[in-house]
Structure formats: structure tokens, C-alpha cells
Design a protein around this ligand. Sequence first.
Ligand SMILES: Cc1cc2nc3c(=O)[nH]c(=O)nc-3n(C[C@H](O)[C@H](O)[C@H](O)COP(=O)(O)O)c2cc1C
Ligand code: SF4
Ligand code: SF4
Length: 268
Amino acid sequence: MIAMSPISSIMISLQGSVHAIFFSPARSTKKIVEAIAGGISHEVTQHDITQGMHNAILLSRHDIVVVGVPAFSGSVPPLAAQYLSKLKGNGARAIIACAYGNCHYENTLAELNNICVDVGLIPISSGAFVSRHSMFPELGKGRPDQRDLDNARQFGKKSVMHSRIAKGESLSIRENKARRGQGMVPSVVKATADCNYCGRCVQACPSSAIAIDNPRKTDKKLCISCTRCIDVCPYGARKFSGLMYLITQKRMVNKNKERKENEIYLPL
Ligand SMILES: Cc1cc2nc3c(=O)[nH]c(=O)nc-3n(C[C@H](O)[C@H](O)[C@H](O)COP(=O)(O)O)c2cc1C
Ligand code: SF4
Ligand code: SF4
């Protein structure tokens, strides 16, 4: 099982390259993954797979890969899982990370661990980092902050200092079955009358849910509520709405007010 361990004094020399792979609609996961990778090397190859894995990512067993996704309803977003399944790990070591909005990450790390193992990566450490909740932005407001990013950098450094990286043993993460199926908020992001049809959200949407000929139309079945369109709209014209959203927001904010800390797992 996994446990915290003191910093090992064994520093391995990196023979391969460092890669940062992330699915990050609202860009917090990106910040965290960049900080982790930055703690390992100044030269990092970035792969933003939020809108798919368009080019093959070539990895070798000497490489270190930081893989990051957000927790969506306590799980790896299905689109991210689909894109990551195309990876060919070739025995590269993986540091796995999730961003979560100060509620619970539940099975996200365990699922991401399994995806990484399935594509031939060898997970060596994992971490869950608090960040602004993209759906309920009052939660995790201002995070990741400087302390979180320093924490992420240290985590990256410690992950490659650890002796287990040299042995190539895989980290196993227990699934949190008790908390499974916490449910999604039944809410779709809609455009308001402030939309001027600039089309940015159409280009940025990871699931092609916004109509090209009329960006005010969102396909409810395709929308994964990822908030990327809210993030890219220069006119603040995209929003969650509806009574269900407001009720859930109130409940979630009341329940998760207290600052949570990042959780880091390194093998003993
Ligand atoms: C659809 C959706 C579901 C989410 N579910 C959770 C959750 O179960 N627990 C949690 O703590 N945060 C949850 N969040 C918040 C995100 O995990 C958090 O905002 C994360 O930083 C988003 O990453 P990004 O900025 O890279 O998109 C959810 C956000 C969205 C949009
Ligand atoms: S980005 Fe905003 S203004 Fe532009 S099309 Fe989308 S909703 Fe409309
Ligand atoms: S329309 Fe839905 S899926 Fe597309 S960017 Fe907006 S929130 Fe994400």
C-alpha cells in the first residue's frame, strides 16, 4: 500500500526526457502538472490533451512522465481516460496527479493509476492537489496558490529522488469504493444574450458540444460541464444556470468550506 515517506537521499540521474501530459479544461491541472515537472527538470515537453491526443507521444523507459487530470465527480473524466488510453508508455515512469476542487477526489488517482498501468507506464508516486472548483469557484478560491505550487515542485523532486524509481516497482492505489458514485450535478453551461458569436468557445470545447453555426446552442448530451467555454469566453457570456445548480452550489459550498491540504503518496 501507499504511505508517506521521508525524502530519500538517493538522487537518480535522468537519462531520458521529462514529459507533462494533462487534460485541463480550466487550466488548474495544467498549473499543477507544470509545477511537478518543473521540480524535476527545466526542460519539459508539454502535451495538452484537453482536446485530444492529436500527435503520438513517443516515450521510452528512461523517460519520466507527469500525468494529470481533474477529479470530475470523483473520477477521471471519461474523455481524458479515452485520450490517455492511446498512450504507449513503453515502461516510462509516471508521476500521477489530480486537481480537485476542495471536495473529494475519491477514485480519481486509483483510476488514473490503472489507466497508466494499462498503457505500459510504471507509476512511481501520486498526488491530489486542491485547486479552484471550476463548477463552484468559491471552493478552492485562489488555489493552487504559491504554497500548493511549491508543494507540487517538491513532490516532483521527491518522486525522482526515491530509490523505488530505479527498481521499477509499480505503486498500487486503493480504490475508495465507499465513496463511489457521488453523482454529477445535472447542469449544462449555456450562453447568455451577451454572446457576440465570436466562436472561441466552439473551437475550445473538448466535446464539440457547441454549434458552429450558432454558439448560443449547446448540445446537452455532449456537454461534459467542464467549464472550458466559460474560461475562454471574453464576454463572460457562458454560465451554469437553473435551480438545481444553485441548490447544489449552496450545499457544496457549505459542506466544503474548510481549506483542504494536498495529499501526496510516495512508496516506502
Ligand atoms: C464536472 C465537474 C465535476 C467535478 N467534480 C469534482 C469532485 O468530485 N470533487 C472535487 O473536489 N472537485 C470536483 N470538481 C472540481 C475540479 O476537480 C477542479 O476545479 C479542477 O481544478 C478542474 O481542473 P481544470 O482546472 O484543470 O479543469 C469538478 C469540476 C467539474 C467541472
Ligand atoms: S466565446 Fe462567448 S461570445 Fe464567443 S461565441 Fe462563445 S459564448 Fe459567444
Ligand atoms: S459546452 Fe460543455 S463540454 Fe463544451 S466547453 Fe462548455 S462546459 Fe465544456
